[in-house]
Design a binder for this molecule. Structure first.
Ligand SMILES: Cc1cc2nc3c(=O)[nH]c(=O)nc-3n(C[C@H](O)[C@H](O)[C@H](O)COP(=O)(O)O)c2cc1C
Length: 312
């Protein structure tokens, strides 16, 4: 039994925080571990070509994680099977919970280079990548995160072909590669993927992803769409306590947690000019109480982490 099956057996469904570049890094995941931990974390995606180049130092921090963040799955992207294998040789030494392959990113640069969800249009290469990852991952479970099609819904061909690859888990984001966030995620199509899975690959777990805003909704969707679990992305920034299911978080607690976040950020010895990257977290924590807007504005005016901490 792999770790995903164990979680499913124990809890009845799996909750996961989505990989989000520039958001779900080790600092944020550490805080989330304390205030409302999902069953699974994913790292921000790591480009295997970048990792195997001279630029390794620029991307390697995506592999940072601490024991409190476990179980954490390392997500990789790229389109050269050998680079996946080389990267995984290194990643295995970090003992993540699993390896996930990104076949769902639809950012223009990623797509135009034939990576991410462009792989939906190259099933042969997608299979080669999965085979290389499975071969090099040893005992680690291998999963894929993807969308329901490129320009049109393509469950039989695309999801079907992925399910034939003996994956431990498949995360389905219920949108097309060509869609932004304005179209709602199609959970009926995710449910069809579950039906397909039941005949093609009963051992592959399915996580559904898209537009889930609360634990109540997550639990409803598990029942309604029969997925093994749900991955939540953007709404973690609306409510960092989302996985705790708590609704009332006091102003004092919010301030205390922002302070904790900034202390961890500081301990990572990040350059001060990266402080701007932290403003989204100020917005996330300092929310939902009277006067939150004014306090946020004041906090945002801080020039650096030190200034922010003393203000807090
Ligand atoms: C800022 C941002 C960064 C993202 N980075 C990644 C990534 O690194 N890997 C990935 O598979 N998906 C990435 N995604 C997609 C999310 O994981 C998720 O599939 C998508 O946001 C839909 O889920 P949601 O409606 O719960 O947000 C990103 C999304 C956003 C908004």
């Amino acid at each position: 039994m792999n770790i995903y099956q164990e979680i499913l057996k124990e809890r009845g469904f799996i909750t996961a925080l989505a990989p989000m570049e520039g958001v779900t890094n080790s600092v944020f995941r550490s805080v989330i571990s304390e205030i409302g931990k999902p069953d699974l974390f994913f790292t921000e995606f790591l480009n295997v070509e970048g990792f195997c180049s001279k630029g390794r130092d620029k991307v390697i921090q995506r592999l940072d994680f601490t024991p409190t963040e476990q179980p954490v799955v390392v997500q990789l992207w790229g389109n050269v099977p050998e680079y996946y294998a080389k990267t995984i040789e290194y990643v295995k030494g970090l003992h993540p919970a699993g390896i996930d392959i990104n076949m769902g990113c639809s950012v223009r640069d990623v797509l135009s280079s034939g990576r991410g969800s462009a792989l939906i249009n190259d099933k042969v290469l997608a299979k080669e990548i999965i085979a290389a990852v499975k071969e090099s991952s040893g005992d680690l479970p291998v999963s894929v995160k993807t969308r329901i099609g490129y320009e049109k819904i393509d469950l039989e061909n695309w999801i079907g072909s992925l399910l034939e690859q003996g994956l431990s888990m498949l995360t389905v984001h219920g949108r097309l590669a060509k869609e932004g966030y304005s179209t709602p995620a199609r959970w009926n199509e995710i449910a069809k993927c579950v039906t397909l899975r039941n005949t093609v690959a009963p051992d592959t777990l399915i996580l559904g992803n898209g537009d889930v805003k609360s634990m109540n909704q997550l639990e409803d969707y598990v029942k309604l769409y029969k997925v093994d679990g749900v991955m939540i992305g953007r709404y973690i920034l609306n409510d960092p306590w989302i996985f705790s299911g708590r609704e009332e978080i006091s102003k004092e607690e919010r301030i205390m947690i922002l302070r904790k976040h900034m202390e961890i950020f500081k301990s990572y010895d990040q350059e001060e000019n990266l402080f701007d990257s932290q403003k989204k977290y100020i917005k996330a924590y300092i929310n939902n109480f009277e006067g939150a807007g004014d306090l946020r504005m004041e906090l945002m005016r801080s020039k650096d982490v030190k200034g922010l901490l003393s203000l807090l």
